[in-house]
Design a protein around this ligand. Sequence first.
Ligand SMILES: Cc1cc2nc3c(=O)[nH]c(=O)nc-3n(C[C@H](O)[C@H](O)[C@H](O)COP(=O)(O)OP(=O)(O)OC[C@H]3O[C@@H](n4cnc5c(N)ncnc54)[C@H](O)[C@@H]3O)c2cc1C
Length: 400
Amino acid sequence: MSIMMGLPATFNPEAYDVIVVGAGYAGAVCARKLAEACGSKVAVIERRNHIAGNAYDCEDEAGVLIHQYGPHIYHTTNDRVHEFLSRFTEWTDYQHKVLANIHGTLMPVPFNHESLKLAFGEEKGEHLYQKLVATFGENKKVPIMELRTKNDPELTEVADYVYENIFLYYTMKQWGKTPDQIDPSITGRVPIFIGDDDRYFPAAPHQGMPTEGYTRLFERLLDHDLVNVFLGVDVRDILSVKGDMVYVFDRPYGGEVIYTGQLDELFDLDLGALPYRTLDMQFETLQQDQFQPVATVNYTTTEDFTRITEFKLMTGQELPGVTTIMREYSKAYEPDSGQTPYYAILEDESQALYQSYRERVDGILNFHCVGRLAEYRYYDMDGVVASALDLSDEIINSNR
Ligand SMILES: Cc1cc2nc3c(=O)[nH]c(=O)nc-3n(C[C@H](O)[C@H](O)[C@H](O)COP(=O)(O)OP(=O)(O)OC[C@H]3O[C@@H](n4cnc5c(N)ncnc54)[C@H](O)[C@@H]3O)c2cc1C
């Protein structure tokens, strides 16, 4: 493998069987699989000056390992994904826990036995908990919508509390919406957990952080003799799609193209821009051991930011006397502004626009869309790895 900045003057697309656009999970997994299984020579083109996509981590000036594009916690129920990624890293035993700051009181989310007592007081909280156990059973995750269907004023009170104090203001900040613009079907899905488990992903048998970080995982994933990575190159400067053909340097390209970027950008937004939310992430280094009790505290009733992450508590890095935290402010994404498109705004209109772009490439047999940008959807890391493994299988089988 080689990783280099820019494309050398000698770069010859014909020398590659596969061009992968993007060195995030989607692109890196396909590059590795196709090199290993088919002996394909792969060029990975990445416009940022680093690999790992949004999972990229690095040490800041204080030596704290930070996640440049927001906190990433690995968790999966998918054994195939876990086995594949575990070839490239070992894992810590980190179990993610989140607290909500509700008018100054820190309560576990999803809302659980402890949260009930903190919200309603010891006695009433316990009474409500016993009622929930009697109604739904213990160790159950129940959407607040179901609490409302019981027509019990006390259960409705719990549902209302969770809606107002955990969900409403947080969601307004995250998506820039007013209460009446929030889809009631999503509101109803907000869960509570009837039990004492305060882990955020209790159902995930595989959970933790890569022991040497995500970037190191990607270095190993891309470390294959047949894979070359070119950083700092926007693929639109060399690749285009016209009709049912892919062109590289204006010549038809017959190899496979794995595209993990935005489809609207590939066509110069000519049908319009796909809407996204972006995040303004404000990092701050403090001269103290620890800032907050857990890695993530959501601010669900106050403040303009949505949450504060403290990286050391997540990565397990031991570094006394200093810690770095990050506040996340959500805002509308402006196309072609250099901002990062983080969350696709999935509404009927935007999905229809995406489909119009997608139809232009669906008939091109050697052009494959995969990943959160190219598929215009939300994926957790494990979901995108699963999808990239499936796409690789398809291409491998079609080459046999
Ligand atoms: C704030 C935040 C927190 C998250 N937290 C978690 C979490 O805790 N756990 C979890 O499982 N998942 C989490 N995720 C999801 C996770 O980030 C994604 O699943 C994953 O990064 C998607 O990988 P990808 O390869 O599809 O996209 P990306 O990681 O975005 O990679 C795409 C790459 O393509 C490159 N590219 C795009 N266009 C071009 C072009 N024209 N030319 C060259 N290169 C191009 C981009 O620069 C980028 O590096 C989080 C996401 C966000 C936004």
